[in-house]
Write a protein that binds this ligand. Structure first.
Ligand code: FAD
Length: 308
């Protein structure tokens, strides 16, 4: 019931200013975000690597309308990748990039700028043995993001994409992206979307998730199953086995701070468990989407505010 207002709040500069002004908020945010500095993300990556978990790091930021800010985001990824390499943590690591943070919405040729900036991040990743996955934002960006993905994959075939099961189009997109070498992260979807393009009912989203999983697991690509949902995980494990997949041709992914015990259980089975680790100080939109996802996260936030 609170999902829609919380997702609307995620886009409101006024509510953002209010929430960021509460001193205790930052301490609560730390449950979901590794910290503001590059070193925080590298430290978390080291801790996760120690028990066999892999990482995809998101340098937080979105909806950039300033070219200089987009350039700073690219630099932040370059620094992050070289810091991971210095600590011996870059081989097999991944970074998650929101194209809106690197220029997709800039006036004029935003898409061209985002493509060029994403190319730079891909080059930096390739140099240290890491990969890049393009996060998926709201449905108005899907075609643009998949178009940029196609161009990037011409040069960097390992670039991954995210598909959101709540979108009605996604089963078809899964068919199109299930070819050899295609890395696809399947998630349920985190934005507020209209009924015309997205399933609204949780059970419809879950059914779509399973249909999409079937397509990806039966395909020739590399499915990345991004969910905390025990039912979806069990179904994915069964579909992977049915398709004859082995531990190294698919993986599971979860968000930092969510279900760490389950992360360790999956990692111990030998299949890759990759943790999505956000870093940076632009945490507001990301944090609000986590609150919208689950009443328990909201309760945790409110309790944290009154007990600090
Ligand atoms: P939900 O339907 O939220 O939860 C189902 C069940 O999972 C719950 O009933 C509960 O049993 C369990 N569960 C969920 N959360 C918790 C918790 N905190 N503690 C204990 N149990 C829990 N969305 C996008 O739109 N674009 C992206 O690019 C994107 N990238 C993502 C990357 C990763 C690695 C992950 C994991 C998610 C990403 N998401 C993205 C977010 C995603 O779309 C969902 O909003 C989010 O994962 C919540 O959906 P869920 O599949 O976990 O299931």
């Amino acid at each position: 019931m609170l999902r829609t207002p919380l997702l609307a709040a995620a886009r409101s500069p006024r509510i953002r200013a209010l929430i960021e002004a509460v001193p205790a908020t930052r301490a609560v945010v730390r449950r979901f975000v590794s910290g503001a500095a590059t070193e925080d993300a590298v430290r978390v990556a080291g801790k996760l690597a120690a028990d066999g978990r892999k990482i995809t790091i998101d340098h937080l930021g979105e909806d950039t309308t300033d070219a200089a800010q987009a350039t700073r985001t690219v630099q932040a990824y370059e620094e992050l990748l070289s810091a991971l390499a210095e600590q011996g943590l870059s081989e097999g690591a991944d970074v998650s990039v929101k194209l809106s943070a690197v220029g997709q919405f800039l006036p004029g040729d935003g898409e061209g700028v985002a493509l060029e900036n994403a190319r730079k991040i891909c080059a930096a990743a390739e140099a240290v043995g890491a990969t890049v996955t393009l996060d998926m934002e709201d449905h108005t960006t899907t075609d643009s993001t998949l178009g940029i993905l196609r161009k990037l994959r011409g040069e960097y075939p390992w670039v991954g994409a995210v598909l959101q099961a709540y979108l009605r189009r996604t089963e078809q997109d899964c068919h199109e992206l299930s070819g050899p070498g295609s890395r696809v992260r399947l998630c349920k979807g985190a934005y507020s979307e209209p009924e015309t393009v997205a399933y609204q009912d949780k059970s419809e989203v879950d059914k779509s998730y399973v249909r999409c999983l079937r397509v990806l697991m039966a395909g020739q690509g590399y499915p990345m199953v991004a969910t905390h949902d025990p039912r979806m995980i069990a179904i994915a494990e069964r579909l992977a086995a049915d398709a004859g997949r082995t531990a190294d041709d698919h993986e599971f992914q979860m968000l930092y701070g969510i279900r760490p015990d389950e992360q360790q259980r999956i990692s111990a089975t030998g299949t890759t468990m990759r943790v999505y680790v956000p870093c940076g100080d632009e945490w507001y939109g990301y944090f609000m989407r986590r609150l919208a996802e689950r009443p328990a996260n909201l309760t945790f936030f409110l309790r944290g505010l009154v007990t600090r």
